[in-house]
Design a protein around this ligand. Structure first.
Ligand code: NAG
Ligand code: NAG
Ligand code: NAG
Length: 499
């Protein structure tokens, strides 16, 4: 293998988006790369975007929330009535947008009105939160015949649960004005802040409840930005005071400068690549790091350059690990062209009867929008860790958790940025021991915590922890919001007591 001349490489990348070096390919067109990544997820929608010609709701409501109580028409248990469930679907016309409407689901807690309000954000960027709703932690899962069966580990068992399709153009969310597409976390977090304000105006009885922000993957960017936005709003007495208690990131991308160098180390540890591949691919690291530094928190062209250079690391690992590897769960293969098959959900959400029940009219459901993805590419390599220490200092809790078999947002990179983060409790956090996280009498993960910060490495799980370990994921949420995550389980306590 030829020596890689780093400065020449950087020059080529910066001068032209089209180049290839040695066996490490940089795609000639970033849009092609976006499409390839999304195709790998089998999420290519019929329409690649939800930017509609004219707003179908324009005539009916002017602004604010339009919410309806509904019952899915395809429930397996057909004797369930609308009164049995507190299920709502709605559109919110974003206050500061030109014509954007965010779609959301709101599931009242199955246990108590006083349970915390938890909002879930899926990643992509541009993938619908309904992926999590129906395949991870929602009240139902989709069966082969497209009927909905209850999920006994749905997070609505312990929380009033919201799923939002965002940024604009994702899922059932749409706009008739392209200027509403987001290119930054400022845009994302302002839209979410406007939404949550409107949500609590609609449900004032929930305002006193604790509020938690959760999500996964690219939401490792959204979640800290949204938490900081809510905190800023509270401090500045901007709108309704929201009882923000914490935020949780599952297999997220938050600090690329630390997470990208972890790819080769993780891949080597897990036997995906050889030591010589590891060392060869690592020759891309210095140039990736330079580009990430230039990108910082608000760069533009430098961030695109960083995206291209740094993702060639990931592409090179994939090429060596085997094309059929599922990069969301390295134990699994992509079945055929598909890593996961989410087509049942797409079919179900585009059923006429379901759309009618949800009040989404003729909006086409888009699982992952290439338009939204492309719009957010410039944000990809930006550092989203910077706002977190201030939140921790003010006592807002952060839980970072990661399934151990995910490559794309692997636990190693996440563990490293969490440990490297500078805050008043850093030393104690790093020095605190890992303790077993026990669920159902066995070790479901390893937990490190200090003060408001916790890190959990989840056993036997890939990228989508609540899909792979639904019971452990629900326990994790329950103990975290209950403030008992870092306490040893009763089983251990009993054992200690008997010794
Ligand atoms: C179906 O739903 C009804 C109403 O909620 C409930 O009483 C009944 O137990 C459910 N049946 C099954 C088989 O889950
Ligand atoms: C659909 O599948 C579910 C789960 O496999 C099953 O319980 C149900 O009876 C099926 N419904 C129909 C109408 O076939
Ligand atoms: C809990 O443990 C029991 C006994 O070991 C086992 O049979 C069951 O499958 C476990 N449940 C879950 C959800 O892991």
């Amino acid at each position: 293998m030829a020596q890689i001349n780093l400065s020449l490489f950087l020059l080529l990348v910066l001068l032209s988006p089209s180049c290839s070096f040695s066996k490490i390919q940089v795609p000639s067109d970033r849009y092609n790369q976006a499409e390839t990544l999304i195709r790998e997820l089998n999420l290519f929608p019929k329409e690649s975007e939800n930017i509609v010609d004219k707003d179908p709701f324009l005539a009916t409501e002017a602004a604010g929330i339009f919410e309806k109580r509904f019952v899915f028409p395809n429930l397996e248990n057909s004797s369930v009535t609308i009164e049995d469930l507190g299920h709502h679907a709605g559109y919110y016309k974003i206050k500061h947008s030109h014509a954007a409407r965010l779609f959301y689901f709101f599931f009242e807690s199955r246990s108590s009105k006083d349970d915390p309000v938890v909002i879930w954000l899926s990643g992509g960027p541009g993938c619908s939160s309904e992926l999590a709703l129906f395949y991870e932690n929602g009240p139902f899962s989709v069966s082969k015949n497209l009927s909905l069966v209850p999920n006994q580990y749905g997070w609505d068992k312990v929380s009033n649960l919201i799923y939002v399709d965002q940024p604009t153009g994702t899922g059932f969310s749409y706009s008739s004005d392209r200027r509403d597409l987001c290119h930054s976390e400022t845009c994302v977090s302002d839209d979410l802040y406007d939404f949550i304000q409107a949500f609590f105006e609609e449900h004032p009885e929930l305002l006193k409840n604790d509020f938690y922000i959760t999500g996964e993957s690219y939401a490792g960017h959204y979640i800290p930005a949204f938490a900081a936005r809510v905190h800023k709003g509270n401090k500045g007495k901007e709108g309704l005071r929201i009882n923000l208690k914490g935020f949780a990131i599952g297999n997220g991308l938050t600090d690329p400068k630390i997470q990208y160098p972890a790819y080769t180390d993780y891949a080597l540890d897990m036997g995906l690549i050889s030591k010589s591949d590891h060392d060869l691919i690592n020759k891309l690291l210095p140039v990736c790091e330079v580009a990430i530094n230039l990108c910082g928190t608000d760069g533009k062209i430098s961030c695109m350059a960083a995206y291209l250079v740094c993702n060639s690391i990931f592409t090179a690992i994939r090429a060596r690990a085997g094309a059929d590897i599922n990069h969301y769960d390295i134990r699994k293969k992509c079945v055929g062209r598909l890593c996961y098959d989410f087509s049942d959900m797409e079919k179900m959400l585009n059923m006429r009867s379901v759309k009618q029940a949800l009040g989404v009219e003729d909006i086409e459901f888009v699982s992952c929008s290439t338009t939204v993805y492309q719009g957010m590419l410039v944000d990809w390599m930006r550092n989203s860790e910077v706002g977190i220490p201030a939140l921790l200092e003010d006592g807002i809790k952060l839980l970072v958790y990661a399934g151990e078999y995910d490559l794309i947002c692997n636990w190693l990179g996440n563990s490293r940025w969490v440990q490297a983060m500078e805050w008043s409790g850093q030393k104690e956090f790093v020095a605190s021991p890992e303790i077993p996280f026990e669920v159902n009498g066995s070790e479901a993960g390893l937990l490190r915590s200090h003060g408001s910060l916790s890190f959990l490495k989840v056993r036997d799980a890939g990228h989508m922890v609540p899909m792979d370990q639904p019971k452990a994921a629900l326990e994790m949420l329950k103990r975290w919001i209950g403030g008992t995550l870092s306490q040893q389980t009763t089983e251990t306590e009993n054992l200690v007591a008997s010794i």
